[in-house]
Design a protein around this ligand. Structure first.
Ligand code: V47
Length: 382
């Protein structure tokens, strides 16, 4: 074993919290075997061999964006070739067909559209609600919420805006847009986007209002290893706060997103390797001791690596997805769908037990497109 991991290993097996120095030692270590064992220990303590997936549909309502983040290959300017926006009724139609196909969740995000009015977002949520009353709507990253507050002409009333969205059907917030909580990295790769304090404000307020949310980190571009660990520390503190204040909402899961350079302004960078991806899953699992779940988003990680990731702290591999426009691994197209059979096979083959869940991690009992969620005997969000 790497000598630098000995004390860390003792801490993990005795349930002590890891420090930033520990996190950095893990990221710098080449002892992937030990790192995986430690993360697996924590994963097994929490979830045994259970591995979660869901039947969901991602909807990217528009790729038109006022920002020009260097890592992003998704955005277009209004009128540019390939720019699009879906109407509320087109989105409702997608939601209806998702519900018919048995989906329990719609995951909907888009660019910061400079012209769509505030009413569009409320109408879209209501239209989804009407067309697919059973599906949970997880929508709008923190930066979109700040944008919506601006166009609603209530830039300082994030709580009011979230309350209105919730009344229109919003069920929870996805974890996107966090990138890396560091000003230097922000100014170099996504200048113009909200900074970490605003991202955290949105999630804190959402938690206060009883909304669950997720968190991400986008790694492998211009950040340093120290920045990744600092990001985890900030998330851990935010989660401590949500728990200690007894908010009904909190972070459910962390998703580590590997930077995919293709077609972005940073495409001269190589992006992370599989080994780095595995380390990031493991370090997320080890540092974020107050997060219940660590998710591998197979669209970005591939199903093959997600399978290996189950031995590195991951207990969730997202869902069937169907359409995804933000990243396309290997230059593929927007249609990126995996069947439930393939998701389950991926999990079983790796030696784990597949559990379909809803957005709130309640196990789903299914009969074709018909389903109901059951309350877990031991609350998984604690
Ligand atoms: O916010 C953009 C990232 C995010 C690239 O909450 C890129 O359950 C890699 O947040 N390479 C969207 N990443 C995805 C996301 C997500 C996915 C799955 C589940 C959940 C959840 C959230 O993707 C963006 C941005 O951080 N991103 N461009 C890129 N070139």
């Amino acid at each position: 074993m790497d000598r630098n991991l000995e004390t860390i290993s003792e801490k993990v097996y005795s349930g002590q919290r890891l420090s930033a120095v520990d996190g950095l030692a893990l990221l710098r270590s080449e002892d992937l075997g030990t790192i995986g064992q430690l993360a697996s220990h924590v994963r097994h303590q929490r979830h045994g061999r259970k591995t979660y997936y869901n039947i969901n549909r991602h909807i990217n309502y528009s790729n038109v964006c006022a920002l020009s983040c260097k890592f992003c290959a998704f955005y277009r300017k209004k009128g540019q070739d390939g720019a699009y926006e879906y109407s509320a009724s087109e989105i409702a139609e997608q939601a209806r067909s998702a519900q018919e196909g048995g989906a329990t969740e719609i995951h909907m995000v888009g660019g910061l559209h400079p012209y769509l009015p505030w009413s569009y977002y409320l109408e879209t949520l209501s239209a989804i609600r009407q067309a697919a009353p059973r599906v949970h709507i997880k929508a709008f990253t923190a930066v979109e919420i700040v944008h919506l507050a601006r166009i609603a002409r209530r830039p300082n009333d994030l709580a009011g805006v979230l309350v209105d969205l919730k009344a229109a059907g919003l069920g929870s917030l996805p974890g996107g847009g966090a990138e890396v909580f560091d000003d230097r990295v922000h100014d170099e790769a996504y200048k113009g986007k909200i900074r970490s304090d605003r991202w955290l404000d949105v999630h804190r307020i959402a938690h206060e209002l009883g909304l669950m949310s997720n968190a991400t980190i986008l790694y492998g571009h211009v950040e340093a290893l120290e920045d990744r660990i600092h990001h985890f520390q900030i998330l851990r503190e935010a989660q401590d706060e949500a728990i200690s204040r007894g908010h009904a909402g909190r972070f459910a899961t962390v998703i580590t997103l590997p930077f995919i350079p293709d077609d972005s302004e940073l495409d001269h960078l190589p992006g992370p390797t599989g080994i780095e991806d595995l380390k990031m899953f493991a370090v997320a699992r080890l540092m974020l001791d107050n997060f219940d779940h660590v998710k591998a988003f197979w669209i970005m990680q591939t199903l093959e690596l997600s399978q290996v990731a189950l031995d590195y702290g991951v207990d969730d591999i997202d869902g069937t997805v169907v359409w995804y426009d933000i990243t396309k691994v290997g230059g593929g197209d927007t249609h990126q769908e995996v069947s439930v059979a393939d998701l389950r096979r991926t999990i079983v083959e790796a030696g784990y037990e597949p559990v379909e869940r809803d957005t709130l991690y309640r196990p789903v009992v299914r009969n074709g497109a018909d389903w109901h969620a059951v309350e877990p005997q031991v609350p998984v969000m604690s």
